[in-house]
Design a protein around this ligand. Sequence first.
Ligand code: C5P
Length: 193
Amino acid sequence: MRFTVAIDGPAASGKGTIARALAARFGFAHLDTGLLYRAVAARGGDPVEAARSLTPADLERPGLRTLAAGQAASRVAAIPEVRAALVAFQRDFARREGGAVLDGRDIGTVICPEAEVKLFVTASPEMRAHRRWLELGGDEAEVLAQVRERDRRDAERAIAPLRPAPDAVILDTTLMSVEEAVAKAEAIVASRL
Ligand code: C5P
């Protein structure tokens, strides 16, 4: 069976948690596509060359989850050749036998416009910054400033900007617990399987 769940949304919206929960519940493979861009930035040197020669070991590098790695990722993610080099891998993953969940910024719009389920997971910038701060610590006002900066860069870039696919289901998790958000997402997938 081939079945793709495309989950997009801004940083710390809860899309990664929802993606992991759906993968576990339905037995799908999961790809956190943000990790690809984080790994490209972390390699240093020419980002296009890094994207073309990315290996599974690059995704295991320590430090890929930090705020700084996220900022660096959003810079290399605006380079069209970097995005182009990562398309085939993501599409192959999406159509693998047994079902797949991919989360990112352009999964429903560019990578898998044919996905059986498209979710756009969002929350207010303040709530997303608060969640990131609980996870990583630091100064909450600074975390909020970084969240806003990354939102702007991701939404305003010329190529594959962050936006919901026209047929995506919007899930605003601002006032939802993790359990509620996961339950809603599970119900949507179950209804399409
Ligand atoms: O989701 P995550 O915070 O790990 O993503 C890091 C950065 O990678 C994002 O801010 C975005 O610029 C970029 N990204 C992207 N397209 C994706 C996934 C991530 O441009 N599909």
